[in-house]
Design a protein around this ligand. Structure first.
Ligand SMILES: [Mn+2]
Length: 342
């Protein structure tokens, strides 16, 4: 039986049109396996449940893209001035995220809610760039981003200790980092229309933030709710504060929200199958609750689910931990798209 959400979207022309992009890309970090996640999520029945149970009309090309045609023949580590480590696969990630931005824009510009299944978190450079551009064109306004993660992912090429771009997407999306002069082609495609304002960004779930990242968060006054805040206030109050900050609380006007959910925000006990697990994370219900609250605002225009890695070290493919992580990911998406407990 179909039980669609009763919430009417504020920034989409209809409530049941869903664009889906399958992103089998792992080049923003070094561990293979995260590229297999979209297929695992789909095999677990995610898209079937969205259409059969929540009543969405799904626009999906039926593919999980691996973007091999965008990968340059040579992509040496890119040492930028003052950096601790060279950027890894910089041109590859730049090219692939440009392609993802175009795919997401194609859906978002038609007023569809867009769901992107990743992939490592570098892909959010593309998804958010695509949504931000479409929202500006369609509605003439900026959008907000809610970033659920154990990590802040806001390193610059200079502050990063690893050079992995999945730790940098927010710095490119906010314009804190721009195309490096050593290779202006890298993220040279990003324009202001693709970017978001740091004042419209909220983090929830942080617990492993690099020292240079803490400085960036403080200096830019970025709203961030760490696990300390979740413990102190409870997830209910944290969500009230987060949504009020974005003008999306009860009685407020609202603004379009792009939700970028890194499964490593969840505690490794419930989502062990991810590349950079950190203990002390969100419970399954806290993760679902975040998604339910965002759905209830009617402001959601796009969602990413990233960093599910079904073959990460210590967790075998098709093992209990791997399947539990996939199931958790499916649950997060369904909650954000309107599944409710009652
Ligand atoms: Mn992340």
């Amino acid at each position: 039986m179909t039980t669609p959400s009763t919430i009417d979207p504020k920034f989409l022309p209809s409530k049941d049109q869903l664009g889906v992009v399958g992103v089998g890309f792992s080049g923003g970090q070094t561990k293979p396996g995260v590229d297999a996640a979209p297929a695992a999520l789909i095999e677990a029945g995610l898209l079937d449940s969205l259409s059969n149970e929540l009543g969405y009309t799904i626009h999906h090309d039926g593919k999980v893209h691996n973007y091999t045609e965008y990968i340059p023949p040579s992509d040496p580590p890119l040492q930028t001035a003052g950096a601790r480590a060279p950027m890894l696969k910089a041109l590859t990630v730049s090219n692939v995220t440009k392609a993802i931005a175009d795919q997401v824009y194609e859906h978002a510009s038609q007023g569809r809610l867009v769901l992107t299944l990743g992939g490592d978190h570098s892909i959010a450079i593309g998804t958010i760039a695509g949504t931000a551009k479409a929202v500006r064109e369609r509605l003439g306004r900026e959008m907000a981003v809610i970033w659920i993660d154990a990590h802040a992912d806001i390193n610059t090429p200079e502050s990063s200790g690893s050079g992995n771009i999945h730790g940098m997407p927010v710095s490119y999306l906010t314009g804190l980092s721009k195309a490096p002069k050593e290779n202006p082609e890298v993220f040279g495609w990003m324009k202001d229309e693709n970017r978001i304002n740091v004042s419209k960004l909220v983090y929830i779930g942080l617990r492993d933030v690099d020292i240079p990242e803490k400085k960036i968060l403080r200096e830019n006054g970025i709203k961030a709710f760490s696990m300390h805040d979740v413990d102190k206030y409870g997830i209910g109050r944290v969500m009230e504060m987060a949504l009020e900050h974005l003008n999306c609380g009860p009685g407020q006007e609202g603004m379009p929200i792009h939700l970028s959910f890194d499964v490593d925000a969840l505690d490794p006990q419930v989502a062990p199958s991810t590349g950079t697990p950190v203990r002390g994370g969100l419970t399954l219900r806290e993760g679902d609750f975040i998604c339910e609250c965002i759905h209830e605002t009617g402001c959601l225009v796009a969602m990413d689910l990233v960093e599910v890695n079904t073959i990460v070290e210590g967790v075998e493919h098709d093992s209990f931990g791997s399947m539990e992580t996939v199931r958790a990911g499916c649950s997060l998406v369904r909650c954000a798209l309107g599944e409710s407990l009652l």
